[in-house]
Unconditional design. Structure first.
Length: 389
């Protein structure tokens, strides 16, 4: 009989949409995984529940004020409780863990991603913001440590799978699909009055709040363009975005012979999560299963960059590189949070991003300190702009 090798895994951001989906996949394949550690920001109720179900060795709550409460909730179990950002970073490099899933939202995940890569782990990455903000820092670390980054973002998972069918020098173009979000056809003159409630209703995906707003402004697609540049080490000129409202084709790769290779499924993040968790193997799974005979229409069209300025800015930023993507990302995080708090209008998100990137000088070959400094300055600048609106 074959012996099944269990993978020791760590899930950062386990209480979020991707984190919960990851645990669903793990629950279906318990014989294949040891959950060694879990981490979240402040949701101790769900985190404690997950600890009871998956019995990790260690759990981290980033919000230090909640550490004592979590410890008390788990006092009958032998689980180490750690608190604070350092705890998150330490879990990313946990001895004995071979797969780190980073499903934290925002640039808050950057240091953990770097720690995982620095010590040669396999990093299954949902936290696109860490690759956007810290893009230039990853290749030298990967070269030194032999780490692997496995994308969880459905588009990048599709590209990764499609790229495997040819050679890098045969690549003509990467075609990233976008659903277009809830406002693809919405009258432009009404954009100013879009409410957070409207923007939080995504037509095809159920996701966390920040990425749902990013999908409505198409800043998410912008982040994905920058992510693709960093992950696949291709120039931005080789990346195209197409609107595909059905969210069935998750992205495509065009080779020099004009063949286009695509990956298709029903929209379900548990499929790219499964692919990353089991890579390089494919396993029997029904997540995202598609009945091709029931598909009656797949459409593709170019994005309207006048309607979605954040995507236009992202293309410019991807070409600039250096600290510019960190600034783009931080300004977007501030603007999204101001929009969700009712402080600014929907259309002001893209404006804040643009004004912030225009104001901040770019360091072209940045260190981690340069990136953290750019992130901090961008947050302050974007906050000032939002406050003045
Ligand atoms: N959702 C999707 O379908 C999807 C698809 C593709 C890519 N992604 C990417 O995956 C990442 C996670 O997205 P999501 O939709 O799962 O987000 P989410 O539902 O908002 O969950 C975010 C997770 O990160 C934790 N967190 C928040 N702030 C943190 C901090 N400062 N330090 C450490 N942990 C923190 C949260 O903990 P608490 O619950 O305690 O606040 C939660 O566990 C994002 O980068 C997103 O762009 C998501």
């Amino acid at each position: 009989m074959d012996t099944v090798v269990k993978r020791d895994i760590v899930i950062l951001g386990s209480t979020g949409s991707i984190g919960r989906s990851t645990l669903e996949v793990v629950a279906k394949h318990r014989e294949r995984f040891n959950v060694r550690a879990l981490a979240a920001h402040s949701n101790i109720e769900l985190l404690a529940q997950q600890c009871r179900e998956f019995l990790p060795d260690v759990v981290c709550i980033v919000d230090k004020t909640r550490g004592a409460q979590l410890e008390s909730n788990l006092k009958d179990l032998s689980i180490d409780v750690v608190a604070g950002e350092e705890g998150l970073v330490n879990l990313a490099s946990l001895t004995g863990a071979d797969l780190i899933i980073n499903a934290v939202v925002g640039a808050a995940g950057l240091r953990a991603s770097l720690a995982a890569v620095e010590c040669g782990k396999c990093l299954a990455l949902a936290n696109k913001e860490s690759l956007v903000a810290g893009g230039p820092l990853f290749p030298p670390l990967i070269q030194k440590s032999g780490a692997t980054i496995l994308p969880i973002d459905s588009e990048h998972s599709a590209i990764w799978q499609a790229l495997g069918t040819g050679k890098k020098e045969e690549l003509r173009k990467i075609i990233i699909t976008a659903s277009g979000g809830p406002f693809r056809d919405y009258p432009l003159e009404k954009f100013d009055d879009i409410t957070p409630e409207q923007a939080l209703k995504h037509p095809t995906w159920q996701m966390g709040r920040k990425i749902t707003i990013d999908s409505a402004t198409l800043a998410n697609k912008g982040l994905e363009v920058i992510e693709a540049v960093a992950l696949f080490q291709v120039p931005v000129e080789k990346i195209e975005v197409v609107i595909h409202p059905q969210s069935i084709v998750h992205s495509m790769v065009e080779f020099v012979d004009s063949s286009i290779i695509a990956q298709l499924s029903s929209p379900d993040m548990r499929l790219p999560i499964t692919y990353a968790l089991f890579w390089p193997q494919r396993v029997e799974s029904e997540f995202g299963k598609l009945e091709m005979s029931r598909l009656n229409m797949l459409t593709f069209e170019p994005p309207d960059l006048n309607r979605f300025e954040a995507l236009k800015t992202a293309f410019e930023i991807a070409a600039t590189g250096g600290t510019a993507p960190a600034v783009f990302n931080a300004a977007n995080e501030v603007a999204v949070s101001a929009f969700l708090d009712g402080q600014i209008r929907f259309t002001q998100i893209a404006r804040i991003i643009k004004e912030t990137v225009d104001k901040i000088k770019v360091v072209s070959t940045p260190t981690l300190d340069d990136i953290l400094e750019a992130d901090d300055l961008a947050r302050k600048t974007a906050t000032r702009i939002a406050d003045s609106m």
